[in-house]
Design a protein around this ligand. Structure first.
Ligand SMILES: Cc1ncc(COP(=O)(O)O)c(C=O)c1O
Length: 437
């Protein structure tokens, strides 16, 4: 592509060359994008084929899949598939047209909101087209420039993007560190007193999706006795997996009523698209009329709403799905621990495995796992985490079998020995791309 350089004269004397934005971006395609030529289709953008389950096809071979947040195995449940198909057949994907506020509302959308609110023990709920933009936009809708946001350092990108829209102060506390959280609350309170305006919003996750540890909701909620703040919880991984009824981390920790706004996506336990926020009726009504990502975007398609109603019904009425998930999570986590693997502080089904090694070594180990053991899982390396560290992330689901777990434990046992013996040391990430660069 020919890129023209424009030379400008400034004040008739100094010369400078205006940058071409695309040229800069193409030269440096980002921390992961820089590996695209070797990685595309294998380490990044892999294509898993077949029905969503614990065994799928990757590049023509069957693999045991540990990368999908299909916690309750609802993705392929026959009743869900039937509801999805019926919803699409009856309404198509176009209906309703327009944003909820203008022309895109329906009795089904409102029914789903009522059922979600009841399930998470809140007065009301609002649907979101996507969790990510819903959460970012929620933070924007809630906070004025005088408000101060106090948030966990390991918050999901959708929370961080919401903070980027916030023009007021924000104070981060060390991940799940209650002392630091309190310190930031004190700073925030002092700032509000100085400004003589604004309030405080605390944001945490119910379950942190990388390490699997629950947010300290009980302890944060107890700080409400001393400090004035509202609490917003992103419970993407807790919804459907935690608590007696599956209502999430707040229920599991006995503080669901202390959560002022409860958020979840449908992308995990519900194995679908969309999300919702639950809370008191007055604040949900405010959000309904002021959240820009929903007011200026098309409503969730009816087929998805119909499918989500069925998923919620099964999530509520089939506790055996959550029991099976936890049975598998325990087998996997106990199996790893008893073999000496470091799985950190997880107290949810999310199962990280911490190891040491370089990016090239990690790539070679992933290839061994995929090609020779048929185990497919996510891996996180530098620059997402510090150099020399490797994190594997396994998501057990109700779909996994004892055989899947046993084969995977054996695969990790054997490959970890090779990693420790330096067998994966390599000079470069192997060329595994499935498309010409
Ligand atoms: C913690 C958390 N919040 C929000 C989201 C975004 O949800 P969605 O995929 O519906 O945009 C995700 C990922 O799905 C997540 O893990």
């Amino acid at each position: 592509m020919a890129i023209s350089k424009i030379t400008l004269l400034e004040g008739g004397l100094k010369k400078f060359t205006m940058a071409d934005i695309f040229e800069r971006l193409v030269k440096n395609s980002g921390p992961i994008g820089q590996h695209r030529e070797r990685a595309h289709g294998y380490f990044a953008f892999p294509k898993l084929e077949g029905n969503i389950s614990s065994r799928m096809k990757f590049r023509g071979k069957e693999v045991i899949v540990w990368s999908l947040n299909n916690y309750l195995d609802l993705a392929n449940h026959p009743e869900v598939r039937k509801a999805d198909a019926q919803g699409a057949a009856e309404f198509g994907l176009g209906l309703p047209m327009g944003a909820r506020m203008m022309s895109g509302n329906s009795k089904h959308h409102e029914q789903l909101e009522r059922e979600l609110a009841e399930f998470v023990m809140k007065e009301d709920a609002i649907l979101l087209n996507y969790g990510y933009q819903g959460m970012s936009s929620l933070i924007d809708a809630l906070c004025s420039r005088h408000d101060v946001i106090v948030y966990d350092a390991e918050s999901h990108a959708c929370i961080i993007d919401g903070l980027r829209m916030h023009s007021g102060h924000r104070y981060v506390y060390k991940h799940n560190d209650l002392l630091d959280c309190e310190k930031q609350l004190q700073r925030a309170t002092a700032m509000i007193e100085k400004q003589k305006a604004g309030g405080i919003l605390v944001i945490t996750e119910g379950v942190f999706g990388m390490a699997g540890d629950q947010g300290k909701l009980k302890e944060i909620a107890a700080l409400k006795d001393t400090y004035e703040f509202r609490l917003l919880v992103d419970d993407a991984h807790g919804f459907g997996t935690l608590g007696t009824t599956g209502a999430g981390a707040g229920e599991a920790q006995g503080v669901q009523d202390k959560i002022d706004l409860y958020f979840s996506t449908f992308a995990k336990s519900m194995a679908s698209i969309g999300g919702f926020i639950g809370g008191d009726r007055n604040i949900i009504n405010y959000i309904r009329y002021n959240i820009r990502s929903q007011i200026f975007a098309k409503s969730l398609p009816m087929a998805l709403v119909i499918g989500n109603l069925k998923r919620l019904e099964l999530l509520r009425t089939k506790p055996e799905l959550k029991e099976k998930l936890w049975e598998n999570a325990r087998k996997l986590q106990n199996g790893l621990k008893s073999r000496g693997f470091d799985i950190g502080k997880t107290d949810s089904p999310v199962t990280p495995i911490y190891m040491s090694g370089g990016v090239e070594e990690a790539s070679a180990m992933v290839m061994d796992l995929r090609e020779n053991y048929h185990v497919f899982c996510s891996i996180i390396v530098y620059p997402v985490i510090p150099k020399g560290h490797i994190i594997y992330r396994l998501i057990p689901t109700a779909a996994h079998t004892d055989e899947d777990i046993e084969e995977t434990l054996r695969a990790f046992d054997e490959t970890k020995k090779r990693l420790d013996a330096g067998k994966y040391k390599a000079a470069a990430i192997p060329h595994m791309a499935d498309v010409p660069a």
